[in-house]
Design a protein around this ligand. Structure first.
Ligand code: C2G
Length: 138
């Protein structure tokens, strides 16, 4: 069984995330998603999530491509996770291109960066909703 892992916040789940998860799963047979906890998001990424960790986990677990969701609590846990779950391929969107190449030397896993889906992001959704809201009020 070829095991894949990927990491992220996945807040306001959208089709860009789904495209990533679908293509990550295509790399193997079993997909683990390490989901950033609320604390990790705030402390390390200064992201305040709209949905709590539990809600974001629930959404991810409902996706056919996802086999297991685990918490991401630190930047340093990737080597441990890859060994712990016998991961064959580490996958991230290419906005992270090159950032995790060290995992190739430190673990026996491949590192694959997949094209991001252009034009959609959680930040963009929030901005669009804000401007829509203003229009409705106006
Ligand atoms: N993504 C994508 N296309 C988009 C938006 C996101 O392919 N339009 C991908 C990102 O490249 C990432 C995954 O979806 O691989 C999750 O995106 P985020 O939730 O924004 O994850 P991020 O905050 O980048 O956290 O340790 C790694 C971090 O936890 C990654």
């Amino acid at each position: 069984m070829r095991r894949i892992i990927t990491y992220g916040t996945f807040d306001l789940l959208h089709y860009g995330h789904i495209n990533l998860l679908r293509r990550a799963k295509e790399q193997g047979d079993y997909l683990i998603v390490a989901l950033s906890t609320d604390e990790f998001n705030w402390k390390e990424k200064q992201k305040k999530c709209y949905f709590s960790y539990e809600k974001r986990k629930q959404l991810l677990e409902a996706i056919r491509y996802v086999d297991l969701v685990i918490p991401e609590e630190s930047w340093e846990q990737k080597i441990f996770d890859i060994n712990q779950y016998n991961v064959d391929v580490f996958v991230m969107g290419n906005d992270w291109e090159g950032q995790f190449d060290f995992l190739k030397e430190k673990t026996s896993s491949d590192v694959v960066y997949l094209e991001r889906t252009p034009e959609i992001s959680t930040t963009q959704i929030k901005k669009d909703l804000e401007s829509m809201g203003n229009k409705i009020i106006d």
